[in-house]
Design a binder for this molecule. Structure first.
Ligand SMILES: [Mg+2]
Length: 433
């Protein structure tokens, strides 16, 4: 956006009295509901407080940006860009080893209005990670990133599994800390959730080298295994005990139709196995990437082949699966509509990730079939590092997430210099759910 358009915006839309009829062309910018609707719902109020906190207090250094001489932005209403949006991966982009990456907090402030353009940009989070309820993870993120994160803008690896509660009654849920994934699965509506701990508690010789801790023993539920039929296996989060979990998963896959204790002769009768993602490695505080769920999957498939001679077909959610990006499209549409009052799809979604195999690959492949442009930006703060040759080349590489959001916003406003000359639409009835 040029300086002229900045001024154009201010002269055309002084204050908040603008009405649709005042302006000749279609909506390019919408005023956030906070400016037009008195918050009544306590949840809206919480969001509004957060938004108010994000209002820029002074002009943001533009760092060579073409709008260096723009008016101080604290006098401008913060508008919401409706032509584009952001989707963020979390680990290796915003967080690393449980701590925020330093540029992440600034990047989120930037797209919440503390930028030379004086606009906010809607965004969602799309992580392969999991192992907690979406509510719990959003609370963690809100605290860590100093911004309010709602479950309405958050998808983790196992989120799509909630769509399968009607199809499978009794499910084996694997991975995660303690009982957390059982809680998640039951929260999704799965009616009968079994964990490896339940099986070990009932039959301690199931895993000769794994003994349950006192807590695990107490929380696990003994049950009549000979009368248990498992309909599906869901690996919700990273296994804390590969040997024991793989033993139990293999036992179940090798049954006749999921009846525990039986053995299939054809090795083609076991229940399906679902993984919440397939990342082989991921970025933590360690200087080298650590093994992830995709590594467990590869290991399990290799073991199955070794033992039965058959290939094991498993299903995975998460990035780079296109279904996950479709899910994200739906979520982003709802979020833009309900929170920002935008009733049309974005022209471009910038996806910022650190893993070429999941983030870049998924974004590029989805871009080919999606109405919106999905634009991949790879950062160097996680799995991908300077000097590597990414197996799936992104459209853009930046040092970190702050560089990525600045790049995207500069690109948008250069591409659409009129973005901010148009009308500010009056929003009515934006609802936060
Ligand atoms: Mg990542």
């Amino acid at each position: 956006m040029s300086m002229a358009t900045t001024h154009g915006l201010e002269s055309q839309v002084p204050g908040l009295d603008i009405r649709r009829t005042d302006l000749p062309t279609g909506p390019n910018v919408v005023v956030p509901p906070k400016d037009l609707i008195p918050p009544t719902d306590p949840e809206i109020s919480a969001i509004e407080r957060e938004m108010t906190k994000q209002q820029p207090q002074k002009n943001v250094s533009s760092g060579g940006n073409p709008v260096a001489n723009a008016e101080p932005i604290d006098k401008r209403p913060v508008a919401t860009a409706d032509q584009f949006a952001f989707a963020f991966d979390i680990d290796g982009v915003l967080m690393r080893g449980g701590k925020p990456i330093p540029e992440a907090v600034d990047a989120l402030k930037y797209i919440n209005g503390e930028n030379p353009y004086g606009v906010k940009v809607p965004y969602i989070f799309l992580t392969n990670g999991g192992g907690k309820t979406e509510e719990e993870r959003c609370l963690d993120l809100s605290r860590q990133l100093e911004i309010e994160v709602s479950t309405g803008q958050f998808i983790c690896g196992h989120t799509p599994m909630r769509e399968m509660v009607e199809r499978y009654n009794t499910v084996l849920v694997v991975g995660g800390e303690g009982e957390k994934c059982r809680v998640v699965a039951e929260g999704y509506g799965f009616k009968d959730v079994i964990t490896p701990g339940d099986i070990i508690k009932t039959r301690q010789d199931t895993t000769p080298f794994r003994k349950l801790t006192d807590d695990e023993f107490e929380n696990s539920r003994a049950r009549d295994l000979s009368n248990t039929k498992i309909d599906a296996i869901f690996v919700f989060a990273d296994s804390r005990d590969w040997a024991g979990d793989q033993q139990i998963i293999l036992d179940v896959i090798m049954t006749k139709n999921g009846h525990l204790g039986t053995r299939s002769e054809t090795h083609e009768e076991g229940p399906p196995v679902f993984f919440s993602h397939t990342d082989v490695v991921w970025s933590t505080s360690h200087e080298h990437c650590r093994l992830g769920m995709g590594a467990l999957r590869a290991s399990l498939e290799a073991l199955y082949k070794t033992i039965t001679g058959k290939d094991l077909a498993t299903t995975a959610f998460g990035k780079p699966q296109l279904g996950t990006f479709q899910f994200a499209t739906k979520l982003l549409q709802q979020w833009r509509q309900e929170i920002h009052g935008i009733n049309k799809p974005p022209g471009t979604v910038y996806f910022i990730g650190d893993t070429p195999e999941s983030d870049v690959r998924g974004t590029n492949e989805f871009d080919r079939i999606s109405d919106a442009t999905w634009y991949s930006i790879l950062v160097k703060t996680g799995v991908y590092q300077e000097g590597m040759e990414p197996r799936y080349p992104p459209k853009q590489v930046t040092d970190d997430v702050l560089g990525a959001v600045k790049f995207a916003m500069d690109r948008e406003f250069k591409k659409n210099p009129k973005e901010f000359e148009g009308e500010k639409t009056e929003q009515s009835g934006a609802i936060y759910n």
